[in-house]
Design a protein around this ligand. Structure first.
Ligand SMILES: Cc1cc2nc3c(=O)[nH]c(=O)nc-3n(C[C@H](O)[C@H](O)[C@H](O)COP(=O)(O)OP(=O)(O)OC[C@H]3O[C@@H](n4cnc5c(N)ncnc54)[C@H](O)[C@@H]3O)c2cc1C
Length: 74
């Protein structure tokens, strides 16, 4: 049983899941392509904290951070 099911696993959905799980909610994420459009970005230059990062590397960081937070993917 989940308290929140997030539809879509782009940056917005993953961020929503991250915030909710930090509030101790049982969270699942539904989506086909983890990272959404961001995975297709060759080079992201406007993400705070990074002077430049490949979209794929950024998404890899998202998923690694979420992997420690008990989010389930459906
Ligand atoms: C080639 C490219 C380069 C880009 N470069 C930059 C950049 O440099 N800087 C920048 O700021 N932005 C960039 N963007 C835009 C950025 O990637 C998007 O603004 C961002 O990904 C939006 O995040 P989101 O989570 O709102 O939506 P999305 O990334 O669109 O994610 C939505 C997710 O929901 C899923 N979904 C949709 N409908 C359903 C459904 N009914 N059921 C289940 N799943 C569903 C989709 O499959 C997807 O995984 C780029 C985009 C592209 C395509």
């Amino acid at each position: 049983m989940y308290e929140l099911v997030v539809i879509g696993c782009g940056p917005a959905g993953l961020a929503a899941a991250f915030f909710a799980v930090r509030q101790r909610m049982r969270v699942a994420v539904v989506g086909r392509e983890i990272g959404g459009q961001a995975i297709h970005s060759v080079h992201v230059e406007n993400y705070l904290g990074f002077e430049g990062i490949a979209g794929e590397a950024l998404v890899d960081r998202f998923t690694r951070q979420l992997a420690e937070q008990f989010v389930e993917y459906l």
